[in-house]
Design a protein. Structure first.
Length: 304
């Protein structure tokens, strides 16, 4: 699917009925891929890399354009079950147009930073910067989910919450790899700023992008380290909760068995004491009750 945009008064506007210099191909069909390869001269391998979530970020210089493959967080859905994934995005900067290739419908131009776009080069850099901010937004969500899961682990004896934490830890590892990969190509963009044709302001903006990406990486690294270091403690909490439950169940079983023992002793088909006593039933019930109270008093004493 193709969407076309244009720059109007330093803003990005959709094109209606006419081609625009900004093209976004969402999971391109075979005809659109042939257009990108044959008409625009996009390398087929690079085009396929734009749709491969396992592809590393990289920067390539073609005869008529600059090709950038960078990583972005994939849109999260409930079906992912707390597994935050990463997708690849291709950006192809020509002298008169800017082409993006994405595997799914994502909001590339979302945020206040797109309220003032002066050129295609500026938009090219703002989309790269948007990827870093998008990672930060997902890291905040992961942190909130982790805090909620920690509270549930403290009182739970099930493994599902621990499995959810392991899944979040795995997601953070993928995020760290993706953010680090983006940092490499951002540095390469800065080193080749004059070759690409970036202005002085755009080169300074590249410095800001590097700072934002580095901060994003540090934040993801901190979350990942905290989650990994405290995982053993959370496993111990679950085991301790299970031990407490088993301990409580044993006490309940003992409290139930003692009255049963008393009643069973007086239910034998032999001559027993108080057989002719009219208050035998109440005496036996009282002895059963005393046995329960005795166990409870003993347990309370031991706990103190």
């Amino acid at each position: 699917m193709l969407r076309e945009y244009q720059l109007a008064q330093c803003r990005i506007a959709s094109c209606t009925g006419q081609p625009g210099p900004i093209q976004v191909f969402i999971n391109p069909e075979p005809e659109e891929k042939r257009y990108l390869i044959n008409e625009l001269g996009v390398d087929e391998h690079t085009l396929n890399s734009s749709l491969d979530p396992d592809e590393l970020s990289r920067l390539e210089f073609e005869p008529n354009h600059v090709a950038l493959i960078f990583k972005m967080p994939k849109s999260y859905t409930g079906e992912d079950q707390l597994h935050f994934r990463v997708c690849s995005t291709g950006a192809f900067l020509f002298s008169d147009r800017l082409v993006f290739v994405v595997s799914e419908d994502v909001s590339l131009f979302e945020g206040k930073q797109f309220n003032k776009v002066t050129s295609l080069n500026s938009l090219f850099l703002k989309v790269v910067n948007r990827a870093a901010h998008h990672f930060v937004e997902h890291l905040k969500i992961i942190n909130l989910i982790t805090d909620e899961l920690e509270q549930k682990v403290n009182t739970s004896m099930e493994n599902k919450y621990l499995i959810n934490l392991f899944t979040l830890g795995k997601s953070l590892v993928y995020y760290l790899n993706a953010i680090n990969s983006n940092g490499v190509v951002i540095e390469k963009l800065k080193n080749n700023a004059s070759k690409i044709g970036f202005t002085t302001d755009e080169t300074e903006f590249l410095d800001d992008i590097m700072v934002d990406n580095n901060q994003c990486y540090r934040q993801a690294e901190i979350y990942s380290n905290i989650l990994a270091s405290l995982m053993d403690a959370r496993v111990s909490i679950v085991n301790n909760n299970l031990n407490i439950l088993m301990k409580t169940l044993n006490i309940v079983i003992i409290c139930v068995m003692l009255p049963q023992l008393v009643v069973s002793a007086f239910s034998m088909n032999v001559t027993i004491p108080m057989q002719q006593n009219p208050f035998a039933f109440w005496i036996i019930m009282g002895m059963s009750l005393l046995s329960v109270l005795g166990v409870m008093a003993f347990w309370k004493y031991k706990k103190l």
